[in-house]
Design a protein around this ligand. Structure first.
Ligand code: HEM
Length: 119
């Protein structure tokens, strides 16, 4: 079985998607400031591994780690939806097919409860 990670060209594609994604995130007035003090090279590296993983590629990011890094950031549903929407738009721009985007976004939305810590 071919994974989405293989189908779309592996890390070279995922890296481009994640770079474009964070351009949009940093441009946002609402969610951009969350990343003011964050080392973006490290962030992009980690997010690349995570997106690769949800596309069926290597690396393993446990939900525990994901919960720990977002704990205390007071991320609410609106911030989550904005970031998720920016990721979805970036996947569209990179020519990922709609049903594959839906599968990726299902993985992302399935983790909302561990990322959202504020209402
Ligand atoms: C949409 C789903 C999201 C996913 C899949 C996701 C994934 C990740 C990953 C993989 C990391 C790197 C963890 C590490 O350093 O090992 C991270 C860190 C981070 N995320 Fe998210 N994230 C999401 C939503 C958000 C939202 C909505 C915000 C804020 C508006 C946010 C803010 C941050 C910040 C500030 C860090 C850096 C934490 C630090 O290094 O201290 N994330 N995220």
């Amino acid at each position: 079985m071919t994974t989405l990670f293989q189908k779309y060209g592996g890390f070279s594609t995922v890296s481009k998607v994640v770079l474009d994604f964070y351009d949009k995130v940093l441009d946002s007035d609402t969610v951009g400031p969350f990343f003011d003090d964050i080392d973006m090279r490290r962030q992009i590296d980690h997010q690349t591994k995570f997106i690769a993983q949800v596309m069926g590629g290597p690396a393993s990011y446990s939900n525990d780690v994901l919960q720990r890094v977002h704990a205390g950031l007071r991320i609410d549903r609106a911030a989550f939806n904005e970031v998720a929407g920016l990721l979805e738009g970036t996947l569209q721009q990179h020519g990922i097919e709609p049903e594959d985007i839906a599968a990726i976004m299902q993985e992302i939305h399935g983790r909302a409860h561990i990322i959202i810590t504020s209402d």
